[in-house]
Design a protein around this ligand. Structure first.
Ligand code: SF4
Length: 326
């Protein structure tokens, strides 16, 4: 039995049963899985953005000791929130968290909105996070797509789909009776079995439904060499832009400056626009995003007035021109 877009719907029910049974038995024991409190689930989702699970656990528990409820967080001073966040990096997340807690207190009487659409009205909550909270805390049948889910869906279907089509595929697969567990099971599968390199297909609970079993079919591989989607971050602050410099040893464009590439966008970024770019035999669809700067990027802020004199890659120059920065 294999998945294909045509039989996707028919095979979804047995797929769901198999995945959920596996998740029940094998899910990792994580503190945010012991609760349906939207505050706690929201906190875990924000902390997990660009941070590994193992690094989050201790911070999560300490933060909750300090701010056990959304009211406590809302009434705290920003300096205390930032101090409790210390060690997780990327403090904009903490500021947004604080702003959202205040909004929940002031505008929603201390209760979180119960739908993904409502949750998206809060600062720092995008499509992925709102669907995660709404499905886990409130049982709303809203699918999530992060890097793990995208990879699982691509491998199951054998189609290197991206963007909106992945969201649609995830919605089709979603178990509307247990959306929270289903979403977590898909992400867990991607994080522990269907890993980016060397997926453990022999241990995979849904291998019977999978077209690729770890390998994309040759025809699809060939296609992927000619078409690729990549994501670049356009992070602008005051009159500067965040850039990274390519290594001096890179075979392509060594030492040149470019916008940071985001390898696995997880729904926290917003798309500004796309550009097309071709290099030798590959056509790139370049999605330009704005939003949080992943910790690992580092980079350097460069004043916009200096950009013209900098050795920029052709693609970055194209993006900066389209954004009317250059
Ligand atoms: S069979 Fe392999 S490639 Fe397919 S979903 Fe399972 S782990 Fe991923």
């Amino acid at each position: 039995m294999t998945f294909s877009p045509k039989v996707w719907l028919e095979q979804a029910p047995p797929f769901r049963r198999r995945l959920l049974a596996w998740y029940d038995l094998h899910k990792r024991d994580l503190p945010w899985r012991e609760t349906q409190d939207p505050y706690r689930i929201w906190l875990s989702e924000i902390m997990l953005q660009q941070t590994r699970v193992a690094a989050v656990i201790g911070h999560y528990q300490r933060f909750l000791q300090r701010f056990p409820t959304v009211e406590k967080l809302a009434s705290a001073r920003e300096a205390s929130v930032l101090a409790a966040w210390s060690g997780l990096g990327y403090y904009r997340r903490a500021r947004m968290l604080h702003a959202a807690a205040k909004k929940v207190g002031k505008e929603y009487g201390g209760k979180f909105p119960r739908t993904a659409a409502g949750l998206r009205e809060l600062p720092g909550i995008g499509r992925y996070t709102s669907a995660a909270i709404a499905s886990i805390a409130f049982g709303e049948p809203a699918a999530v797509v992060d890097g793990n889910v995208e990879r699982v869906v691509q491998r199951l279907s054998g189609v290197p789909m991206v963007g909106e089509s992945v969201w649609q595929a995830a919605e089709t697969l979603l178990d509307s009776k247990c959306p929270g567990d289903f979403n977590q099971a898909m992400m867990e599968l991607g994080a522990t079995i269907c890993t980016p390199r060397q997926p453990a297909c022999l241990m995979c609970p849904v291998a019977d439904f999978c077209v690729t079993r770890g390998e994309l079919p040759l025809a699809e591989k060939a296609k992927r060499q000619h078409k690729r989607v990549v994501h670049y971050l356009l992070h602008r602050e005051d009159d500067s832009v965040l850039l990274v410099q390519r290594g001096k040893e890179e075979s392509l464009m060594p030492g040149m400056w470019e916008l940071p590439e985001i390898q696995n966008p997880n729904g926290v970024h917003e798309e500004l626009f796309t550009v097309r770019h071709s290099i030798t035999v590959t056509d790139y669809r370049v999605r330009v995003l704005r939003g949080p700067v992943p910790e690992e990027i580092g980079g350097q802020r460069v004043a916009a007035v200096r950009l013209a004199k900098l050795p920029l890659t052709g693609l970055s120059r194209k993006i900066l021109r389209k954004a009317e920065i250059l």
